[in-house]
Design a protein around this ligand. Structure first.
Ligand code: FDA
Length: 309
């Protein structure tokens, strides 16, 4: 119930406008967001490198309705790629299609993402096309398929185990040799499209993960779910799948203990580092995943306001 409420709130622009300028809200968001500037994201990636963990960097922003804003976001990515390379960091970013203009025009979005991929390719880098809500699933997969062959080899997609269609999508992507990140799915979806029960989402995750581990092209297992992570490691051992053939991915600020334990065990770990001004919907999705975070945030906001009064 609370999850649904928070996900509904994540789509309310009026609340976003109010919270974006609220220092207390930012204080909480900064647990999950590296900062507002490119430099902040690069510093976070450097710190992770110190812990032998790689990164994929995401400029926050979605549902862009203006061509100039989509171009501005594309240009910020180009700057980011330069700065990652200048620091000798792996050039690896995650991009949301609606930030690149998918709601305006699919060919504009393809051109913007293509420009980012071409530049990433100059640095032997990689661009992950994030997956948004189910109304974009087909268009996002089409966008990937329509990239040029050399662009596709520097790009990958995301599959959400919450969606009923995902088993079929995974088979198509395996056949095409596409690099896939598997996650559970962060959006509020109708029951005809997505499994309403979390147990079914988790079971589907395990089934799709096994398919990707066995036959996938360097799959990314994106979860903080320790039960699933343990299952992945056992399954890989049983099938002689070397730790270099896949990676675990986690979100910045979430389960740092597990990130480090995995790294110590010899697994590959990549952390998704979001940065930028448009952090509100991202924050609400993180709160929805773990409602105890809401209590933590409310308690902190309350403590701060008592101190100030
Ligand atoms: P689940 O929600 O079941 O949580 C398992 C455990 O993880 C919890 O019990 C808790 O311990 C911990 N945990 C999870 N979230 C937490 C939080 N916010 N704070 C504190 N602890 C938390 N989604 C999407 O729709 N499209 C996408 O492109 C992506 N991309 C993506 C990249 C990466 C690298 C990750 C890790 C995740 C995504 N996601 C995503 C988000 C994903 O769909 C999902 O919403 C979250 O990862 C939470 O699900 P878990 O698999 O962690 O399991």
């Amino acid at each position: 119930m609370l999850r649904h409420g928070l996900l509904w709130l994540s789509e309310r622009q009026g609340i976003a406008n109010f919270l974006r300028t609220n220092p207390l809200a930012w204080k909480f968001a900064s647990r999950f967001v590296a900062g507002e500037e490119v430099d902040d994201a690069v510093s976070a990636a450097l710190a992770l490198r110190g812990a032998d963990i790689t990164a994929t960097v995401d400029l926050l922003g979605e549902s862009v309705a203006d061509t100039a804003d989509a171009g501005g976001a594309r240009d910020q990515y180009l700057t980011l790629l330069d700065q990652l390379a200048a620091k000798g960091l792996e050039v690896n970013v995650s991009v949301k299609p609606t930030q690149m203009g998918l709601d305006i025009d699919a060919s504009l979005c393809a051109a913007n993402i293509g420009t980012i991929i071409d530049k990433a390719a100059e640095f032997s880098g990689f661009v992950r096309i994030d997956m948004e809500s189910s109304e974009y699933t087909q268009r996002t997969l089409d966008l990937y398929r329509e990239l040029g062959g050399s662009q596709r080899s520097h790009a990958g997609v995301v599959i959400q185990s919450a969606l009923r269609r995902s088993a079929g999508d995974v088979e198509d992507l395996l056949a095409a040799g596409t690099r896939v990140r598997l996650c559970k799915g962060a959006y509020l979806e109708p029951p005809d499209v997505a499994f309403p029960a979390k147990a079914d989402v988790d079971a589907n995750f395990v089934a799709l993960m096994e398919r990707l581990l066995l036959e996938g092209n360097y799959p990314a297992i994106a979860t903080h779910d320790e039960r699933i992570i343990t299952h992945a490691q056992r399954f890989a051992d049983q099938h002689q799948i070397a730790p270099e053939r896949f990676e675990f991915q986690m979100l910045y600020g979430v389960r740092r203990d597990v990130q480090q334990q995995l790294r110590t065990s010899g697994a590959r770990v990549r952390v998704y580092i979001p940065f930028g001004r448009y952090w509100y919907p991202y924050l609400m999705r993180r709160l929805a995943e773990r409602p105890s975070n809401v209590a933590f945030m409310v308690a902190n906001l309350f403590r701060e306001s008592v101190k100030r009064s």
